[in-house]
Write a protein that binds this ligand. Structure first.
Ligand code: C5P
Length: 223
């Protein structure tokens, strides 16, 4: 404990968006800078953990002292997470695209008078799959809820539906939203309650979250 409360622990973090190809040059993707996820991976490493960061396409450098696996699509992210397990803590920060184009075109689609139509398929829910594992479930499974309205209600619903231990809810709507910014204002939601933190830098959110998770993990292991 003390300075390195996660020494000897394996932490897996997803970060950034996923890109789902439409053709070789176009994709469907979510907005996500990866700043919060990368900051969490760095904070977990600073707390002594062995960290695997599974990152979608971002403009950020790999955090030092972290094993970073680069992926493009949700399917690749799911496979990389699966390969990285077992872990003590799983933190799903990534903004995974909900849908992929069922059959991406092998060549660039040419513009023509006829508009293209794409059949979509649902992507795997990586967080739910990890949280609902029957064996080898990480002790702590943490999800994020980026919402633009009814944030707490949606976050509570997500906690129950996905069966994770904690949902970190943040408001991404409007001019005050966290998207791409350096600061974030979050509410931690657990089955027993909610805790709102003041707005702070994403690095500070990461450090505070990691301290909180280390404490919670210790309590669970002692229980
Ligand atoms: O359902 P929704 O996308 O709002 O849930 C957000 C949370 O679920 C985030 O933690 C995100 O990383 C995770 N997620 C995931 N795989 C998906 C969709 C979301 O891991 N396909």
């Amino acid at each position: 404990p003390g300075e390195k409360p996660l020494a000897g622990r394996h932490v897996v973090v997803t970060s950034g968006p996923t890109h789902e190809p439409i053709d070789p040059v176009r994709y469907i993707g979510n907005r996500s800078s990866g700043k919060q996820g990368h900051a969490i991976a760095a904070a977990a490493a600073a707390a002594g953990a062995d960290v695997t960061l599974v990152s979608g396409p971002v403009a950020l450098a790999d955090p030092p002292g972290v094993t970073t696996v680069h992926v493009e699509t949700a399917a690749q992210m799911a496979a990389a997470v699966e390969a990285a397990l077992p872990a003590d803590i799983f933190i799903a920060t990534a903004a995974v695209a909900d849908w992929r184009v069922e059959a991406a075109a092998p060549q660039k689609i040419k513009k023509s008078a006829v508009l293209p139509h794409f059949a979509l398929a649902e992507n795997p829910d990586i967080l739910a799959a990890v949280a609902q594992r029957r064996s080898g479930r990480p002790r702590l499974v943490v999800g994020f809820a980026a919402e633009t309205e009814s944030i707490l209600a949606h976050a509570r619903d997500k906690l129950a539906r996905k069966q994770c231990d904690i949902i970190v809810a943040n408001d991404v709507g409007g001019a005050e939203g966290a998207m791409g910014k350096d600061e974030n204002q979050i509410t931690l939601i657990t089955p027993s309650g909610a805790e709102t933190w003041p707005k702070m830098r994403k690095e500070d959110v990461a450090a505070k979250l990691v301290r909180h998770l280390a404490q919670l993990l210790r309590e669970r292991l002692d229980a």
